[in-house]
Design a protein around this ligand. Structure first.
Ligand code: ZN
Length: 393
């Protein structure tokens, strides 16, 4: 009887192990494919004028992508998702932000999410067979994703530089003069909840190479209120501590997803310029996700950057026109100096194209009357200037 029962138990355990192994093999790729769709498949074609201008761009940069969240090997060209290293090379993108997501509430929406909602990233880590330490700790998830970028960079023929300071960026720029296949990335984090309430975890993540952090993501946390949270409050005293430590370390403050009150608080407190890595503007689409005209002007006046995102909800449709409409609005009410690309590639949103479709954006910028110099600034020169000045030395 005991032997029979034991056999049954082993049978159940083996069956579960087989089911788990099969799901780990199939499910992450399916999720990646279903979450990160593109409207138009490559190859992309544009006018000779747009292509000539695009090919003459020396520095293209984008302030946000969530590629590290997925299981995809970033060192090969993938048929799923919106960005990887070979596609960066193909698109001649010099510098891409790789942003870490550690918690995402079920039923995520723009107006109100609670911190208690079921966390989708826990489930994702489980089906991706990421280390068990990741399942229960948001901090460990951030460390894991930081290490993932370093690991993938080390397996890419010396053609990927993880940019951690202005010297790395200068080296990237100079290497690209002889070999434009050399591309770079820097690490950011969406939401300071991965600090787990401990300021020393900020220093630990800085040591892992993280150079940008947004106080909140989709829900209120120990640092303050999210634009999509319940309280809509500003910075807590821990939030203030984190902002001043970030200033000391030379970490870039990202105000994407922050409550308007946090934006006010940070603009008052931060000694350094700030950026909003992926956003839209209320001037073209009025919702809690997007920046008010007042904040656009204040961020610009402080020497900051505004990365315009590519998805419905941040911008109007059709998306390519919507992205440029948002940029045009920023230019009209403030200036071109703060405008940047903030795709949100691989951020569980449908984008008009993958990273190789950027020439389509240049075509629309020309169409809407932006000058060649303005287009160079928007496509990356603004980011280059900002990073050289504000990244830790
Ligand atoms: Zn985001």
């Amino acid at each position: 009887m005991v032997v029979k029962r034991r056999k049954l138990l082993y049978g159940i355990i083996s069956a579960l192990a087989i089911i788990y192994a099969a799901s780990v093999y199939i499910v992450p790729r399916k999720l990646d494919k279903n979450h990160n769709k593109i409207q138009q498949l490559p190859p992309y074609s544009v006018s000779d004028e747009a292509l000539a201008l695009y090919n003459s761009l020396e520095f293209i940069s984008d302030l946000h992508c969530d590629a590290l969240l997925w299981s995809r090997n970033l060192t090969i060209k993938n048929s799923v998702g919106q960005v990887d290293f070979p596609r960066m090379q193909e698109a001649n993108v010099a510098l891409q932000a790789f942003t870490i997501v550690t918690k995402s509430p079920k039923g995520q929406n723009f107006s109100e999410n609670t911190a208690e909602a079921f966390d989708n990233i826990t489930l994702l880590n489980f089906v991706q067979a990421r280390p068990i330490s990741n399942w229960f700790s948001l901090f460990e998830r951030a460390v894991y994703q930081s290490k993932k970028l370093h690991k993938q960079a080390s397996k890419f023929n010396n053609e990927f530089i993880v940019v951690k300071n202005a010297e790395d960026l200068i080296r990237l720029i100079s290497l690209r003069k002889n070999n434009p296949k050399v591309v770079g990335g820097f690490l950011g984090i969406e939401g300071g909840h991965c600090l787990e309430g401990k300021i020393e975890n900020l220093d630990k993540l800085f040591k892992e190479g993280v150079r940008m952090l947004g106080p909140t993501h989709f829900f209120d946390n120990e640092l303050g209120g999210s634009a999509h949270g319940v309280s809509k409050k500003g910075l807590t005293s821990f939030g203030y501590d984190v902002i001043s430590r970030m200033n000391e370390l030379g970490m870039i403050i990202d105000l994407a997803h922050a409550s308007p009150q946090i934006i006010d608080d940070v603009l008052l407190q931060s000694k350094k310029p700030v950026l909003v890595s992926h956003t839209g503007v209320r001037g073209t689409l009025d919702n809690s996700r997007n920046l008010s005209d007042k904040h656009v002007r204040e961020i610009d006046a402080k020497g900051g950057l505004i990365g315009v995102a590519y998805f419905k909800g941040a911008v109007t449709t059709p998306l390519i026109k919507g992205i440029v409409d948002a940029m045009k609005h920023i230019k009209d009410i403030s200036s071109v100096d703060c405008i940047a690309l903030g795709s949100d590639f691989d951020g569980s949103a449908t984008t008009p194209f993958d990273i190789t479709g950027l020439p389509l954006l240049v075509e629309e910028l020309i169409h809407q009357g932006f000058s060649e110099e303005e287009i160079r600034a928007i496509m990356g020169e603004n980011v280059k200037r900002f990073m050289l000045k504000n990244l830790s030395q």
